[in-house]
Design a protein around this ligand. Structure first.
Ligand SMILES: [Zn+2]
Length: 473
């Protein structure tokens, strides 16, 4: 499903009203809701877990600032019971995105569906409930089925791309059908697809049979992973190495983002990029080791086959140690190999890479300031703070995983301390610069591109959006 139609398909009940409180009935309101362009009341549309922090924000328009918010239960009250209401103060807070008031109703833990009124404006209706995110996760998971490539997906597209693909270097046809389309486009990047595999498997690993409340168990997860892996396994060269993409576009462009005639050997066949990228090797090893664990009991033969493919890739590659990015991925890959095989050599490799990664954290106050520290350098030879649209949090995640699985290792305490420093002295102070607690894209020394950089402290600057004048795009 395309993003826009997904958003349109969301229940009307979470659309945002901007109407007077004592106007039409609740039912009439729900039926006629349309979201205002710039709602003044901001809160988490998904809702809140009972024990979580519960902030509400009010972006100040040109009116006298209201002093309080009023929260009401949307359910009809029991007979002879007054409707549930709760009022709280609004206080001015600092925010990079303009003047803002903040209220807090963290003390309210009673499950229900609520709405907040500030002045004559209403918030979106929202839930407080224990199963909040569990209701939403399966909806996100369904997206992968819609994205399947190489097969007809009912109500989405007829059978597609049976002619994927031909090698860029010598034009030879190789069957790399299967996998998922990238997003709103039809390309098949290995890296992003492998991330999806990790996400789906982590959901199954962390939640087990309860990931979906419909009683399906893990079966849909296993099926979707098998579908993704049809493509990933085909992208392994005979020497064990993993190619970068199919249909990624031959000159960094969008030229292969198209439907094809499904006939092999015709002009519209898409290209396989046989380039070998280090981090993709690590991601492939990691994913095959996760699959080996996930299928160990339900299909031991498949589990063994996938582990062997991962080990073949590992044997064909030397883990990269030249960038924080590569070290992090190889650490995670070694850790999953350890979990899949229980062999000490992989625990040792993961721990060694953990030492390398912890050493790349900037633990002192750099750049003539005393405000933040605990970010990572790009590499042992490049002191620029690590920034990445996808992977900025990965070093901390990797060290947490490592400390969690090797808790008795002599360095485990230093891995935990590194993550704590990163959270308390980097993530928290940066998030505090806006009322929405959004983590900026990253910090920089000065202005490395022609983009606008916000001053932070000393020589450090920061941006919320990635630099757009860095490359040709
Ligand atoms: Zn397709």
């Amino acid at each position: 499903m395309k993003r826009r139609s997904f958003i349109k398909s969301l229940s009307l009940s979470i659309a945002c009203p901007l109407i007077a409180q004592d106007g039409p009935s609740r039912q009439e309101r729900i039926e006629t809701l349309t979201a205002p362009q710039n709602p003044n009341i901001a809160l988490n549309h998904l809702g809140f877990l009972p024990k979580s922090k519960k902030p509400v924000l009010f972006r100040l328009p040109d009116i006298a600032p209201p002093a309080e918010f009023l929260l009401s239960d949307m359910a009809e009250p029991e007979p002879n019971t007054p409707p549930f209401k709760l009022a709280g103060p609004l206080k001015a807070v600092d925010c990079d995105f303009g003047p803002c008031l903040a209220g807090d109703f963290s003390g309210l833990e009673r499950p229900g569906m609520y709405q907040i009124t500030i002045g004559d404006l209403l918030s979106v209706p929202f839930f407080i409930r224990h199963d909040l995110w569990k209701r939403t996760l399966p909806e996100a998971f369904k997206y992968y089925y819609q994205q399947r490539c190489g097969v007809a997906v009912p109500n989405v597209h007829p059978v597609c791309h049976l002619d994927d693909g031909r090698r860029r270097d010598n034009g030879a046809h190789i069957d790399v059908t299967g996998g998922w389309h990238d997003a709103g486009d039809l390309r098949k990047w290995m890296s992003t697809a492998l991330h999806s595999g990790m996400a789906i498997m982590r959901m199954g690993r962390n939640l087990g049979d309860t990931w979906n409340q419909n009683g399906s168990g893990l079966k849909p997860i296993l099926e979707e992973i098998r579908w993704g892996n049809r493509y990933w396994l085909k992208m392994q060269d005979s020497n064990g190495q993993i190619w970068a993409d199919c249909a990624g576009g031959i000159n960094g462009d969008n030229s292969d983002n198209h439907w094809t005639g499904n006939i092999i050997g015709t002009k519209d066949d898409r290209y396989i990029n046989t380039k070998i990228i280090g981090s993709i090797q690590a991601e492939f090893v990691l994913v095959q080791a996760m699959i080996a664990q996930l299928f160990k009991d339900v299909d031991p033969g498949y589990a063994q086959k996938c582990l062997a493919a991962g080990l073949r890739c590992r044997a064909a590659t030397t883990p990269g140690t030249k960038s924080t990015h590569d070290i992090t991925w190889w650490l995670l890959a070694a850790l999953e190999l350890y979990r899949a095989t229980n062999l000490k050599q992989w625990a040792d490799e993961a721990a060694g890479l953990g030492q390398n990664l912890a050493a790349l954290q900037v633990q002192e106050f750099a750049g003539n300031q005393k405000l933040i520290r605990g970010f990572w350098k790009e590499s042992p030879t490049n002191k620029a703070p690590l920034t990445n649209a996808v992977y900025s949090a990965l070093p901390a995640i990797a060290l947490l995983e490592l400390a969690g699985h090797l808790p008795a290792h002599p360095s485990a305490a230093s891995w935990r301390t590194a993550v704590q420093l990163h959270l308390e002295e980097y993530v928290v102070p940066l998030c505090a610069r806006n009322a929405f607690r959004i983590i900026p894209y990253g910090v920089y020394y000065g202005s490395p591109t022609k983009d606008t950089y916000r001053p932070l402290a000393g020589e450090l600057t920061y941006r919320y959006f990635l630099p757009v004048r860095k490359e040709f795009w």
